[in-house]
Write a new protein. Structure first.
Ligand code: TXA
Ligand code: MG
Length: 356
């Protein structure tokens, strides 16, 4: 397994090798500002099939095509509407993916048979340089086994995908840590299919009205028709059973935790507030019996840490991981979208009648 270390700077000699391997349809793991991607030449259908195989990805879940310029973007799609153009100008390059009508040259294996294609222009020096040098768009989903948390650093990805790719490029820990916001314009109004760093409020400021897909915080039933195939599949889930604690009331929180603590459990939550504080204040001494792992203090920190932390805790043989929820506002919507899936919609919610 080759690991190229470009944390400090891009190695030009290795860049030439990587670019030509991509063009030839080999798989490369590379960083973006959101999460790492596992990618290859988006114009080669056969090569793109290898991505599905390496990840164990369901064949009906389409890939994102990464471009480095507006010129390259326009070669991949047809008929950009005015509103789509506005979105492109406002949010690309960045943690933003737009679903557009696909051009003939994008193979159906990339789009899983759909007539639309997901396009993203990453704002990460390494990703930009690789696409530029290769001279072709790169089809790449997140670098992780299908169903697992997305890879945000090379150490987490190596064991899972290392043997299946030509090389892994180490660009350090990714800046954002959650995948891009996926948007499709439906009947002239942008609709968020997957929330991310670019929030509904950000889009509203540029465009006006924006819709959020109803499945963002809801489970999709098997027979349901959805706008984005990825919504249907198991996602972001460790092997260990996880449960989401979506409760504000301190008393109820403690009561619910009381029901769980006989098991070998751990907690993931804010550093000094919320769950940890209520555990300490109530002097239940759970922190000696169980373990507490902080995912940070701000939504930005949580977004950066959560996938890597889940992978770490998953290796520790707990019976249950209890995760503290956040308010589903701003970046919090993206975090809750991922946590609900991490917990496979196993949630303890605030009860209507709070006993005091
Ligand atoms: O930040 C990101 O978006 C990362 C980095 C590597 O760019 N990529 C990523 O890819 O998260 P992936 O494959 O894990 O997620 C792509 C999502 C899936 O939910 C997929 O269903 C959706 O985008 N998607 C792709 N093409 C689509 C299409 N034509 N219509 C609707 N949804 C689509
Ligand atoms: Mg993914």
């Amino acid at each position: 397994m080759k690991v190229f270390n470009w944390k400090e700077s891009i190695n030009e000699k290795e860049l030439n090798i990587v670019a030509s391997k991509i063009k030839d349809g080999e798989l490369i793991v590379f960083p973006t500002e959101t999460v790492y991607g596992i990618g290859t030449n988006a114009l080669e259908g056969e090569a793109c099939n290898k991505i599905f195989k390496a990840k164990g990805r369901p064949s009906d879940n389409p890939l994102i095509v990464h471009v480095c310029s507006l010129k390259m973007l326009k070669k991949c799609v047809n008929n950009i509407s005015q509103i789509e153009e506005k979105l492109i100008n406002a949010f690309m390059p960045g943690p933003f993916t737009l679903i557009l009508e696909k051009a003939e040259k994008i193979p159906l294996s990339v789009t899983a048979g759909l007539k639309t294609v997901a396009i993203r222009m990453p704002n990460n020096e390494i990703a930009k340089k690789i696409i530029e040098k290769a001279g072709v768009p790169i089809a790449a989903p997140s670098a992780n086994e299908s169903g697992k948390p997305s890879g945000t650093n090379i150490e987490d990805i190596k064991d899972e995908l290392g043997e299946k790719v030509f090389a892994l490029i180490d660009g350090g820990r990714t800046e954002i840590g959650l995948e891009s916001t996926v948007v499709k314009v439906v009947n002239g109004i942008p609709k968020i299919l997957r929330p991310g760093k670019i929030t509904a409020e950000d889009i509203e400021k540029v465009i006006g009205k924006v819709n959020i897909d109803e499945h963002v915080l809801e489970k999709v039933e098997i027979e349901e028709k959805v706008e984005s195939p990825g919504m249907k599949h198991r996602h972001y889930a460790p092997k260990t059973k996880c449960i989401l604690l979506d409760i504000d009331d301190e008393n109820q929180k403690i009561k619910e935790i009381n029901k769980l603590v006989n098991q070998n459990i751990c907690f993931i939550g804010f550093t000094e507030t919320g769950l940890k504080l209520s555990l300490l204040e109530n002097k239940l001494n759970y922190l000696t019996k169980t373990d507490f792992y902080s995912y940070g203090d701000t939504l930005e920190e949580i977004s950066q840490n959560i996938f890597s932390l889940l992978r770490k805790v998953d290796k520790m043989n707990y019976e249950l991981i209890v995760i503290e929820g956040v308010k589903p506002e701003g970046l919090g919507l993206a975090i809750m979208n991922r946590l609900l899936r991490t917990c496979e919609f196993n949630v303890i919610r605030q009860s209507e009648n709070i006993e005091k």
